[in-house]
Design a protein. Structure first.
Length: 476
């Protein structure tokens, strides 16, 4: 059975399953994302050929020692040669790009797709205007691998199909490293929109950290963009000791009216401060979407399929990152003056910040757990598990559920306490006052992160079964 035939059958099965349950912070497009990045990786280096796979595996052994374990975008300072020529050569090599695409891109595209779609739901006026355009212009800043662009194109393409409309895109990637150009084009050519239309893609080399060095092409791409994507730039800038806040300000000033500014990065208080602070106030912009702490997880069935049929088949240790703690904000540039830190707006933002996900009322609930058990019994029976093994497995999960339910309840109480404190502080503000109680917000965000961590653990225990335990052990 060929890989193509296996993949086509799997996609059909996924389509028959229908919508992902609401407690899964995953994208419905995860199967496609995996397919795109394996196709791109194979075009960059045919790792189905054994010698190529061995070279890539040997590179990854060195990569793991020389770079940080999380995203592999900056060097490991504990390594004795972290500032030497070895690391420089590692990062400049084609292997580095392939590892990034296979390891990081699936989770990044999944996260961007999930939150970009949610952002569109928050502002139908912007969405209507966007979908009426003959050409949608997308600009990614610092997105050499184009993971963010892939996600946005997929979401907008899906919407266009539902509207019986043909979508047309113009894409510009702005990055300081011209060595990403080939990888960027290879990835985007795996999308149907650009198979035979690479003229719709532009790559502009520019030092984003220095506004004075922006070329006319870079400025034009930012000015004309309907969507400006800034994904994982704060992470990269902080590790390079660059002024990310000033760069965000510079970029926001160039963006045209009625365009979206979309920022996604690691969920750290420091990054939230950089991303226009707790207030999220940008002159001339309306904040339309905010999620300050989301534990985003790749869809399990997609991940398991590619883990078994691709990662295990070709690679010794190389695996994809399966979850990330994220903060996300999206603004639309408007002519209307807005005040994101007035009392009314703060309370409105606060209500939007509360996660729809609630483990206590979803799959930790008794009836939801019973439904999960029934589905799990079917899966285990088809996998030839004995009745005794199934019962032992389910009894263990029942104990896990009780433990996690207790933990979730305790964390929820702390979150509610932080929420009340924040509302109390907000009520003390007058609408015209330009100030915000940062301490109360930071306490609230900290508690949100703890609550999100319970979600992540619960998700792993109940949705990934033994497969996840193997992967978690592999990553740690």
């Amino acid at each position: 059975m060929t890989e193509t035939y296996q993949l086509e059958n799997f996609i059909v099965e996924m389509e028959e399953i229908g919508d992902i349950p609401p407690f899964q912070n995953s994208s419905m497009h995860d199967v496609e994302f995996f397919s795109i990045y394996f196709e791109a990786g194979r075009k960059l280096l045919d790792f189905t050929e054994r010698p190529n796979a061995e070279y890539l595996n040997r590179y990854y052994e060195i990569f793991k020692e020389s770079f940080n374990i999380y995203f592999g975008t900056y060097v490991n300072s504990d390594h004795p040669y972290f500032d030497g020529e070895t690391v420089k050569l590692l990062k400049e090599s084609l292997y580095y790009k392939i590892v990034y695409v296979l390891r990081n891109s699936p989770i990044l595209s999944s996260a961007v797709a999930f939150h970009f779609q949610n952002a569109l739901k928050e502002n139908f006026s912007y969405l209507r205007k966007l979908m009426k355009k003959e050409k949608i212009k997308i600009c990614s800043v610092g997105g050499g691998a184009a993971s963010d662009v892939v996600a946005v194109v997929k979401i907008l393409d899906s919407l266009a199909v539902k509207m019986d409309k043909k979508s047309d895109f113009r894409v510009t990637i702005i990055d300081s490293d011209v060595n990403w150009k080939s990888t960027c084009f290879t990835v985007l050519k795996c999308l149907e929109n650009f198979h035979t239309a690479t003229w719709k893609i532009s790559f502009v080399q520019a030092d984003i950290s220095n506004k004075n060095s922006y070329s006319p092409d870079a400025i034009k791409a930012i000015q004309e963009a309907d969507i400006l994507l800034i994904v994982m730039l704060l992470y990269e800038f902080r590790n390079a000791n660059l002024d990310a806040l000033q760069t965000l300000k510079d970029l926001s000033e160039i963006v045209q009216q009625e365009s979206m500014l979309f920022v996604l990065d690691i969920a750290l208080i420091d990054y939230i401060r950089i991303c226009f602070g707790i207030s999220a106030q940008i002159e001339g912009y309306q904040l339309i979407y905010e999620n300050l702490c989301d534990f985003h997880v790749l869809e399990d069935k997609a991940r398991e399929f590619f883990f078994v049929n691709y990662y295990m088949k070709y690679f010794k240790d190389l695996r994809n990152i399966y979850c990330m703690s994220l903060c996300v904000r999206a603004w639309v540039k408007t002519q209307t003056k807005t005040n994101s830190y007035s009392r009314n707006e703060l309370q409105h933002r606060f209500n939007r910040c509360i996660e729809n996900y609630n483990p206590i009322n979803s799959f930790l609930k008794k009836d939801a757990f019973e439904a999960w058990k029934s589905a799990s019994v079917d899966r285990k029976s088809k996998a030839d598990w004995s009745e005794r093994s199934i019962n032992e497995f389910l009894n263990g999960k029942e104990l896990d559920r009780i433990c996690l339910l207790t933990q979730a309840t305790q964390v929820k109480e702390l979150l509610e306490s932080a929420k009340k404190e924040l509302i109390s502080k907000s009520r003390q503000l007058k609408d015209e006052e330009i100030k915000i109680d940062a301490d109360a917000w930071e306490i609230y965000i900290s508690q949100m992160k703890q609550y999100g961590l319970v979600k992540k653990i619960a998700y792993e225990y109940f949705l990934f079964d033994n497969y996840t335990k193997r992967c978690v052990e592999a990553y740690h």
